[in-house]
Each structure stands twice: as structure tokens, then as C-alpha cells.
Design a protein around this ligand. Structure first.
Ligand SMILES: Nc1ncnc2c1ncn2[C@@H]1O[C@H](COP(=O)(O)OS(=O)(=O)O)[C@@H](OP(=O)(O)O)[C@H]1O
Length: 416
């Protein structure tokens, strides 16, 4: 009996010990794998993207600056009057100063005054706010819990009012694209928050999916090329460009919708209208000098890493532009004409099935606004002002966006 009772004590103790050891080893194994997977998800993207600390491509190369090319190119345009040539040349010089002023102003938060001249400064503040203006219904960030958050492999860097929202929403239909809905403004306003903050904004992605974001102000931000390059030198950059005259009017229309008391477009566009001196330091006009901004990007990235989308074609042939974008991103051509329909009321193509919904949807009312009528003479002058910059831009990108052909039709429609 004693034997049996001691045996039963023995048998009941052994399984408990085994059970304890087994549970302990399971816990240790679990802990070990958790730590390993955590380490991988934190470290690998950083190693992939951050390890490169290379020198600027241009430090050793003799770069024929755009400025020089522009000076000589502008001589070739007979319709480019002396006053306009002076404006164009001073625009080039003003550019760096204007960018600096933007940074300075944002830093000091100067108090706005009411004069038209002061408007140029206060406009920077509004511009600063407007870049975040996206349709609230499109802000849904459909993050799935599966996969891991990664730094973007492709960014839509510009241009403001080019059609960047339409492009991003169409791209988000693609199953291999995951994009943040908001504009993160990391490389212009939030850089000090660090890459972990930036990565955390991104939706989780599965193997083979591309992480994307769009912030149109990057294209005109001085530090953005260098900063993006130091994050990922192999990143793909997408720039949606639009006739700079229409883009400026669209930009102005957006500002006007929030501040109806601002001076007219015609007033803001000139330093001296009688002399025909265009105010290229006005941000609505400065953003459209694409060749100058592109020059900064070309110092860090080869053209093969950039793709230019025509904002005009994105409206008349969204599927055609999407095919080229998908090719550039190395994606299967999944977003096709089947995904779009033309909404007559909206006057724009809309998506049959957006990423986060199964019902058709157009962009909100802040996209596709009616523009105010602008004096056709001002439009003509602006076209002349932009012409040499556009020519240079076509030369740099190897693409002719044919904005000069639009001049007549625009002038005619403004007269209607
Ligand atoms: N499908 C579709 N629906 C609506 N709007 C479209 C579309 N495709 C391109 N566009 C043009 O996009 C212009 C707004 O450009 P962005 O989205 O880049 O603006 S923003 O910088 O993000 O504020 C917007 O400019 P405005 O027409 O001046 O409002 C549109 O012309």
C-alpha cells in the first residue's frame, strides 16, 4: 500500500515536472521567435534603404547648369520680349531666394499684412496648409494588419494641382499598391520626426506590394531631393505635370475658395503690369517653372528613376497614362479602361471601384473646380513667360507636353 501510495506520488509529480519544463521551453522558444521577427521587421528595411550615404552625383561631374542653357535658349525665341526675358532671367535668380524666403517665413511665422505684396508672403502660409487639402472621404487609410510597414518605394512628388490625387486614387485600385491617403509632408515639414515616424504612417504591405505616398510640395522643396536620396537612392519618383498657366490658375482658384478677399489673379501675376514684368516669385507662378525644380532633382536621381505623367492626358485618357505608370513601377497592367467611366456631371473620369469601396466614386468638389475668367492678354503673357522654361523642360525630360498648342484654345475659352 505504502509502495503504491509512494509510486502514485512519484507518478503524479513526474508529469507535473515534465509539463512545467515543456511549458517553459515553449515560452522561451516563443519569446525567442518574437524577438527575432521584431528585430527583422525593424532592421531590414532600414538596412535596405538607409545604408547608402553616397556623395552627390554632381560633385565630380561638370554639370552645364540650366541657368546657362536657359539664357542661351531664351535668345532663340523671337516672341520673347526684352521685358519678359528680363523677368525670366530674374525669375531664375529669384528662385533660390524665394525658396529660402519660404523656409525662413515658415520658420519665423511672420504676421501677415493686407497689401498685395504682403499677400505673396501670406500665400506661403496658405500654400503650406493647402498642400494637405485632400478630400476627406479619400483619407481612409485602409491598412490591413497583415504584412509590415515599409518606407515607400515610390513617391508622387508633384506637382501641386497637377492631378496627383486622381493618379494616387487610381493607383490604389491596384492590388500591389498600398498608399497612405493623407499627404505625409515628411521631407518638407516633418523631417525632424524621423524615419520611424514616417514608416509608421505607411499601410502594412505584403511581399510584392509597393508602398507609396504623395506630397506634391516635395517637387519644389529645396531639401527634398537630398533627403529622399539619403533614404532610398533607388526610389521611383512620379511627377504629374500640367500646363503651368492652367496650373497657376487652378492654384489661385484653390486659394480664392478659402480667401475670397485676395487680389485678382491679374494683379498678383505682375510686378509691374504696364512694363509687363511678371512676378515669378509668386508661388502660384514659381511652381510652374518645372525646368528649374527638375534641375535640383537631376542632381540626385537619374531620369530613369523619374516618370512624368501628363495631367492633361490623365483626364482625357486615364487608362493610357495608368498603363505607363504601371510599367514604370514594374506592376502588371491591372488598372485599365475598365476601371474608369466618364461622369458627365463631374466632367471628369471617375473610378468604378475605388480601393476602399465597391461603389463608383468621383473625386470631391475641391478637384475639378470652375476657374475664374482671366484676362486673355494675361494668359498670353504667361504663356510667353513659360515658353522657354517649358522648352527646357521638354528637352530635359525628352517629352513634349504640347502646352503651347493649348494657348489659343485657352485664350478663346477665357473670352467666352
Ligand atoms: N479624375 C479627376 N477628377 C477630378 N480632378 C482631376 C481628375 N484628373 C485630374 N484632375 C485634376 O486634378 C487637379 C487637382 O490636382 P491635385 O490633385 O494634384 O491637387 S492638390 O495639389 O492635391 O491639391 C484638378 O484641378 P482643377 O480642375 O483646377 O480643380 C483637376 O483638373
Amino acid at each position: 500500500m505504502a509502495f503504491w501510495s509512494s509510486t502514485s506520488v512519484f507518478t503524479s509529480k513526474v508529469p507535473r515536472k515534465i509539463l512545467f519544463m515543456f511549458t517553459l521551453s515553449l515560452s522561451v522558444t516563443y519569446l525567442f521567435y518574437s524577438l527575432m521577427s521584431c528585430y527583422n521587421s525593424l532592421q531590414f528595411p532600414l538596412q535596405e534603404n538607409y545604408v547608402y550615404q553616397g556623395r552627390l552625383v554632381t560633385e565630380e561631374t561638370t554639370f552645364v547648369t540650366l541657368r546657362e542653357k536657359l539664357y542661351s535658349a531664351s535668345q532663340g525665341f523671337t516672341e520673347f520680349t526684352e521685358a519678359e526675358r528680363t523677368t525670366a532671367v530674374s525669375a531664375v535668380k529669384d528662385h533660390a531666394e524665394a525658396e529660402q524666403r519660404t523656409v525662413e517665413w515658415i520658420r519665423t511665422q511672420a504676421s501677415p499684412t493686407k497689401s498685395a505684396a504682403a499677400y505673396h508672403t501670406t500665400a506661403l502660409e496658405r500654400e503650406h496648409q493647402e498642400f494637405s487639402t485632400t478630400d476627406s472621404d479619400l483619407r481612409v487609410n485602409c491598412t490591413s494588419d497583415y504584412g509590415e510597414k515599409k518606407l515607400p518605394q515610390a513617391i508622387i512628388i508633384g506637382v501641386k494641382k497637377g492631378g496627383t490625387r486622381a493618379l494616387l486614387e487610381a493607383l490604389r485600385v491596384h492590388p500591389d499598391v498600398r498608399a497612405v491617403g493623407n499627404e505625409p509632408h515628411f521631407f518638407d515639414r516633418n523631417y525632424e520626426k524621423g524615419l520611424d515616424w514616417y514608416r509608421d504612417l505607411m499601410p502594412s504591405t505584403l511581399e510584392g506590394q509597393i508602398t507609396m505616398e504623395k506630397t506634391p510640395s516635395y517637387f519644389v522643396t529645396n531639401h527634398a531631393p537630398k533627403r529622399i536620396h539619403s533614404m532610398a537612392r533607388d526610389i521611383k519618383l512620379i511627377i504629374v505635370v500640367r500646363n503651368p498657366v492652367t496650373r497657376a490658375i487652378s492654384d489661385y482658384t484653390q486659394t480664392l475658395s478659402k480667401k475670397p478677399e485676395i487680389p485678382t489673379f491679374e494683379v498678383l501675376a505682375f510686378k509691374n503690369r504696364t512694363l509687363g514684368l511678371i512676378d515669378a516669385s509668386w508661388s502660384a507662378l514659381r511652381i510652374g517653372i518645372y525646368a528649374l525644380h527638375l534641375e535640383s532633382w537631376m542632381q540626385y536621381f537619374p531620369l530613369s528613376q523619374m516618370h512624368f505623367v501628363s495631367g492633361e492626358r490623365l483626364i482625357v485618357d486615364p487608362a493610357g497614362e495608368m498603363a505607363k505608370v504601371q510599367d514604370f513601377l514594374g506592376l502588371k497592367r491591372i488598372v485599365t479602361d475598365k476601371h474608369f467611366y466618364f461622369n458627365k456631371t463631374k466632367g471628369f473620369p471617375c473610378l468604378k471601384k475605388p480601393e476602399d469601396s465597391s461603389t463608383p466614386r468621383c473625386l470631391g468638389k475641391s478637384k475639378g473646380r470652375t476657374h475664374p475668367k482671366i484676362d486673355p492678354d494675361v494668359i498670353r503673357r504667361l504663356h510667353k513667360f513659360y515658353k522657354p522654361f517649358n522648352m527646357m523642360f521638354y528637352q530635359m525630360t525628352g517629352q513634349n507636353f504640347e502646352w503651347e498648342l493649348e494657348e489659343d484654345s485657352e485664350s478663346r475659352s477665357s473670352q467666352d
